[in-house]
Design a protein. Sequence first.
Length: 99
Amino acid sequence: MLRHIVAWDWKDGLTEDEKREHAKTIQSEIEALVQCIDEIVELHVHVDLLPSSNRDIMLDSLFEDEAALAAYQVHPAHQRAARIVKAVTQDRVCLDYFE
């Protein structure tokens, strides 16, 4: 199994209200991908991170292998969700590893 973790910071200048609204949208859009992308084994978005965290949003997902992750990344539904995320975030960090 391949674990795919991505974390982002909010873009500068967003108010706390904007961050809360965007967090709801991002969480629902990304978690909905489970319904339309067969390659996803497991996927969770975390938006209520502790103050000790050095990122604001985290995606934690699981795939069978690298081919499944690659298929997910080019899927049109993922591409649409990625555009939503990119519009309001910066400083993306990604970690991929085999479990």
